[in-house]
Design a protein around this ligand. Structure first.
Ligand code: SAH
Length: 247
């Protein structure tokens, strides 16, 4: 039988945030593969499946292994958190499968990305044009990342920062803030959400000037409002349009 590989975004963690499609694909798979932390999140919902948790294995090795399993005729679900196509595994899988000449069926199963989950925790901050930017410079040169932050600032776009901080990357968030302060008031609302949609969820609405980088870590997403975003009763709201009173 021709092997299949599904690159599945299972959302932030809780089963209520998983699509029916993601659940169905995981349920029907011969083997469920993924980073150990993700396997541990999904396992309680599908306890009878065969799992292959891949620890700190490098991304490319993990993808190669999943492709090889599919090449042997298995139905493989490769799980990743949020959306598998947003800073997820989908891209590498397609690239690598082509490079390996793998004769398998691949499909991308989308999931709820961290920006959507965090936005729901904060209220309604993403009601207008937005830019999603990762502050990780593992794959992207830092000057290009900051250029994108600058462009988003110029365009008055709401900015969602993924990978805002790690143990070694501690200053990029401040750098991004300073760029946005060229275009936006220090009072601009900022939402910080850690572990959105999963156990230990924590959030705070603060301001661009007052944001404390100590509140932010690698399990956190930072949403910076546009010039129209306001805070009300602890909720962060961006009006749908620029004109008050409708279209
Ligand atoms: N594919 C994932 C993103 C992976 S990049 C998605 O679509 O959501 C990893 C970064 O995403 C983290 O550093 C963090 O900034 C953000 N992130 C992922 N899940 C999160 C969650 N539940 N709560 C807050 N931020 C999250």
């Amino acid at each position: 039988m021709r092997g299949r590989l599904h690159v599945v975004g299972f959302g932030p963690g809780g089963k209520e945030h998983m699509t029916f499609k993601a659940a169905e694909v995981i349920q029907n798979a011969d083997v469920v593969t993924g980073y150990t932390a993700y396997v541990n999140m999904v396992k309680p919902y599908f306890p009878d499946k065969e799992y292959k948790a891949t620890g700190m294995m490098r991304e490319v090795e993990r993808c190669r292994m999943a492709i090889e399993d599919a090449m042997s005729g298995k139905d493989v679900a490769m799980i990743s958190s949020g959306d598998s196509g947003i800073y997820g595994m989908a891209g590498i899988i397609y690239q690598l499968a082509e490079e390996m000449g793998a004769d398998i069926d691949i499909d991308t199963v989308p999931g709820m990305t961290a920006a959507s989950t965090a936005a729901s925790v904060l209220g309604a901050p993403l009601m207008h044009d937005l830019a999603i930017i990762s502050l990780s410079d593992l794959m992207t040169p830092l000057d290009l990342i900051m250029k994108r932050v600058d462009c988003a600032g110029q365009g008055d776009m709401i900015v969602c920062l993924y990978n805002p901080k790690s143990k070694t990357r501690t200053t990029y968030l401040d750098q991004a803030r300073n760029i946005l302060l060229k275009y936006r008031s220090p009072d601009t609302p900022v939402g910080i959400v850690r572990d959105a949609g999963r156990e230990g969820e924590w959030s705070k609405v603060t301001t661009l000037g007052g944001m404390d980088p100590d509140d932010v870590d690698m399990f956190t997403i930072v949403i910076i409002g546009n010039s129209q975003t306001y805070e009300s009763n602890g909720r962060m709201i961006t009006p749908r349009g620029y004109k008050v009173g409708g279209e």
